[in-house]
Each structure stands twice: as C-alpha cells, then as structure tokens.
Ligand binder design. Structure first.
Ligand code: SF4
Length: 375
C-alpha cells in the first residue's frame, strides 16, 4: 500500500517557532491548487500502480483552502491513482478554520480524519507562539469537529516557557476528557532562522528550559499511559485502534529501504520509492511556473545501504516496537547489539524478542542514542 502527501503552503500568520515551508499571502492560492492537480497527473507513474491506502493534506494550513479546492484535488487523486476503499484521508486544520460548512464539505470530499493544530488550550501559550487562534476557538471548534469526525488527532506543544506543569496537565486532561483518540505531542524546538530563534538571541523571549521539557515529556508519558493511550511513536499516542496509518508508512520503512512508498505533491514535499528520496523546490512561484511547463522541480538522492540502515535505526528506535534486529544482516545486528549494550546496562534501552526498544528514560534521548548507533 502506498501513501500520498499533499503540501498546501499557506498560513494565516507565521507561528514564531515554525520552519516549515509556507507563505502568509494567499495571492497564488488558485494557481497553486491548479499546479497540485497538474503535478498529480505528471506523477502518475511514480507509485507504479500500487494502491493508495493513505492520503494526507499537510502544510502549511490545508484548512485555508475552500471546500471546492479540497474536493477538486481529491477528485484528481482518485482519477489518477487507485485509492483503496477505506483509505485513511487526513486533512490538517487549524482551529480558526473549523466551520460547520467546511467540516461538512470536507467529509463529502472524502476526508475521514482531521489533524487539528491546537497546541495549547491557554491564550497565554498561544500568544507566545504567535498562533492565529484563541483558546476559546480551540475548545469550541474542537467540540464542533467532534460532531462530524470521530477520527481526530490534535497537536499539543510542551516545553514553552509559559507552560507550567499544571497547565500542561490541564491541556492533556482536556484532550483525554474530550476522548480525542490520537494525540501528537511535540517538544518545542528552537530552529535556526525562525523568528523565535531571533527573538531568543535578542533577549526578547525567554529560551526553553531542557530540564523542564524533559519533565513535561515524562509526565505526559505517565498521564497518557494511565489514560490507556499507546505511546506508539515518540511524539504520537493513540487509543487502541486509532494509530495514524499514514505516518506509520514513513516509520515502517525497513533496514534495506523496503516498506511503503510515498509520493509527495506540492512545494517542499518529499517522495520515496524504496531507493531514492526526492523533494520538490520550497518556493511557491518557482513550483507553479515549473509545473505549468510540465516539469516537476525536484532534487533527489539515491540512498546508500548505510543511509538506509541509519534511517531504519533512527525511525525504528522512535517506535514502540523498536528496532528489529532480524531486519539487519547478521554482522550489522551483532555490531548494533554490542554498541547498544551500554544503553541497556544504564536502563535507557531493553532487548525484547530480539528488538531493541527504548525505555521511557531512553526516549528522552532518542535522537542522540540513534545517532550514536549509526553505522
Ligand atoms: S500554522 Fe503550522 S505550518 Fe503554519 S506557521 Fe503555524 S506551525 Fe507553521
């Protein structure tokens, strides 16, 4: 089964921490939607007729689009590719875009899962992040969304200077009380060249405190475990049966690159076919002009055996199932076992059924441990 990701590169305002590709001017929105449709046709052969099991509208802010735009793109996807019945079709939405009309329209267009960028239920945090929505919109419109969709995931951010442990508890409790089946919870990171980075360097904003962030991650794991959520990927928690199938596509790629292929459409979108990774230009105007000339503006790299192995280490260690040693050749498996000994001895990882799995403490250091184990 393959996946399709569609990048909609527009946002109402720039969140200070964000380093994704987006524009705050909607000037080229129609041209972009047309170009996305055109690229779908140009990429007809990419998935080699493998049926599409998941479609994901990400961004940016796909909920900025009119219902008609989403419906037109969906129609095009179905015309060009074989979409399996029951495919998971997700649309990322911001709370301020959630209206009854849009919710009904998206559902009619085939969207069956919403990913809502809540981040916090407190105005103080939202303002600190420069989010476009208010706490009231977050709660009211989440209630509204629940009337039309049962498959909902929300994003929450922890580790911001304004977020106390008490507020963090309230944010998580609100999600649990609302019975939201899937949560993506991210530690705020300060990416270079973002407004947040600049503000911190100019002492206009307080920096993040890594210790507080680690504490909030540990608390989160505890609370959600008690509430019955599976911590199936480092940032993702699901009630049983509600894992994201689309994201699992990215995480299920095996040590030799086997796994599910995905096609990325739109500026900055990435694609992977088991051997090569390619990514479209991160510029709306260049993207639109090029697509209109029938040329997909992308760069690509052919992954080496070692790169594939390292990617497998990186992604698998972030999952609940861990790194399956049987997916590595004998020599690599032995080397990895040896190198991971110190993490097992110090309680950061464990070996279970021939899989290397990070413990809660280990999850705090997942990226560093993975990097240390790289070949
Ligand atoms: S809405 Fe999302 S993509 Fe847009 S600026 Fe904010 S975090 Fe970035």
């Amino acid at each position: 089964m393959a996946g399709i990701y569609i990048h909609i590169p527009f946002c109402r305002q720039a969140c200070h921490y964000c380093n994704f590709h987006f524009a705050t001017s909607l000037h080229y929105k129609n041209e972009l939607v047309n170009a996305v449709s055109l690229e779908l046709t140009l990429q007809e052969k990419y998935l080699e007729n493998v049926p599409v099991g998941t479609i994901y509208f990400g961004g940016g802010t796909p909920s900025i689009l009119n219902v008609g735009d989403v419906a037109a793109i969906m129609e095009k996807v179905k015309t060009v590719f074989v979409v399996t019945p029951g495919a998971e079709i997700t649309l990322e939405a911001n709370p301020d875009d959630l209206t009854e009309e849009k919710l009904i329209g998206w559902k009619k267009a085939g969207i069956n899962r919403l990913s809502i960028g809540i981040q916090s239920f407190f105005d103080e945090d939202l303002q600190w992040m420069n989010r476009a929505h208010s706490a009231k919109q977050a709660i009211d419109n989440l209630h509204l969304a629940k009337r039309y969709f049962d498959n909902i995931t929300i994003d929450l951010i922890y580790g911001t200077p304004t977020l106390t442990h008490e507020k963090w508890k309230q944010n998580v409790d609100t999600a649990i009380t609302l019975n939201i089946p899937h949560l993506s919870c991210y530690a705020l990171t300060v990416e270079t060249k973002t407004p947040l980075d600049k503000m911190i360097r100019q002492h206009q904003k307080e920096n993040i405190n890594p210790e507080k962030q680690s504490e909030q991650f540990l608390l989160l794991m505890e609370w959600l475990d008690e509430a019955g959520y599976e911590h199936y990927e480092i940032s993702n928690f699901a009630q049983p049966g509600w894992r994201s199938r689309h994201n699992s596509t990215y995480w299920s790629t095996g040590a030799s690159g086997q796994g599910k292929n995905y096609l990325g459409i739109g500026p900055s979108a990435h694609s992977f076919n088991g051997a090569e990774r390619q990514w479209n230009v991160s510029n709306n105007t260049i993207y639109i002009e090029s697509i209109n000339r029938g040329i997909i503006p992308f760069e690509k790299e052919v992954l080496t055996v070692v790169q594939k192995l390292n990617e497998y280490i990186m992604t698998s260690l972030r999952t609940m199932e861990g790194l399956k040693l049987e997916r590595l050749d004998k020599v690599a498996a032995e080397k990895l076992k040896e190198a991971s000994r110190k993490y097992i001895d110090s309680g950061l990882a464990k070996l279970e059924s021939n899989s290397l799995i990070l413990t809660r403490q280990g999850r705090l250091l997942a990226d560093g441990i993975a990097a240390d184990l790289f070949f």
